[in-house]
Design a protein around this ligand. Sequence first.
Ligand code: CS2
Length: 495
Amino acid sequence: MRRLSAATLKDLPPEVPRPGYDRTACTVGIVHLGIGAFHRAHQAVYCDERLAAGEHDWAICGASLRSPAVHDQLAPQDGLYTEAVSGPDGENLRVIGAVKEVLVAPEDPAALAARLAAPETRIVSLTVTEKGYCHDPASGALLHDHPDIRHDLQHPEHPKSVLGFLLAGLRRRRAAGLAPFTPLSCDNLPHNGATLRGLLLELAEASDPALARWIEAEVPFPATMIDRIVPATTDVDRDRIAARLGLRDEGAVICEPFRQWVIEDRFAQGRPRWEESGAQLVDDVAPYEEMKLRLLNGSHSLLAYLGYLCGHKTIAATMADEPLRRLARIFMDREAGPTLKMPPGADLEGYKADLIARFANPGLQHRTWQIAMDGSQKLPQRLLGTARDRLEADAPIDVLALALAGWMRYAGGRDEQGQGIEVRDPLAPILAEAYASGASDAERIVAAFLKIADVFDSDLAGDPRFAGSVTAALHCMLEKGAAAAVRETLARLDS
Ligand code: CS2
């Protein structure tokens, strides 16, 4: 079957929307680091709409920091790919044209550096996941002994890390007398703009203090809250989409109908009019981000670990398991919800009800295993901030403790049937070791996990109420299994 490309666009079935604008007349204004499925289903879609509206200097050059996979999917397709929106009324396809170029940083670092230094590059956005920031998730500090950071400190002109590339780009711009680009973090991190700024300044300080001063004075780091559920595309998805398009698309992305993007409006050299495509430009993203991280991502992680341990492959299947669905709702209502400083005008009840419906979307095959990935990097902002606030208010954390116990059980690397789990996490060996050292004793396992300072700060680790709740939950799970632990927690909360 022929591939989707600029030459075959005309052969698409007439009902499939496609870029109606002249892509050859569009110029790159945004470099995006980490061009995975999420970016293609989110920011690139907003940009596609701005290009279609005539803002033709905001096309995207996407870069992969590691593997050539996305380049190999998109380059033969001239950057074109399908956004497949899967909702209650079926799957709607649309071809997106915002990505003009795809680079693979390790293969051609010079090309990426040149793009970052090009005068027309005005925004450098990022979706590199939590671990891409090379920082300690508990304290937020730069990991100076991370191999990529060590490399970048020695070879600042040939970087490997995201931070190193941003710094190299800004260094070149400053030397050339150009205005900076605006780095735009679109990752699920608390205060993602300020976090990125702090890390970049720390790296700059260690190699080029004058550059650090320039960044401090000249470079804005707007925070963002980004939201859309985008499961990894599978071969089954690609075959189904090819059958509908009559063309093979290796770069297709699957997503839910919902999308949200909240952005702080501070840009060095302008931005696309994203608000005309539904983005919210605000002065302070923090309450939006906290609401999303604690409610959506917190419940997502809870469902992923407990769902996986209960034998569910997807979030939709987990939501069809009534006790788990109830547990997620109770977590939102009683534990995470009360800790939030809500965004102005937000409707908390509506938001939670929408989340339940979004998780249950049967059109998405979002694997529990995918969300369970990188727990050590995700849980501090998803669950531990809530735990801290709850304990400060002397309030119970039963559901949250069960979620953490589920994570520990999962990270131990073996499921309840004794099958191995492929635990993907930068700290996987440390987590496995902590689990094994506890020799099936909940108290010892929890004590070993709480010593992992990258995840648990000393206040939380030293709080006996925290350790006690997680230990009780893990104890029940080890004795009776995850499903029984869920039922017992619900029974206790109901009584
Ligand atoms: C998920 C998120 O993979 C995960 O950990 O919780 O990617 C989630 O789907 C998005 O943040 C939704 O916006």
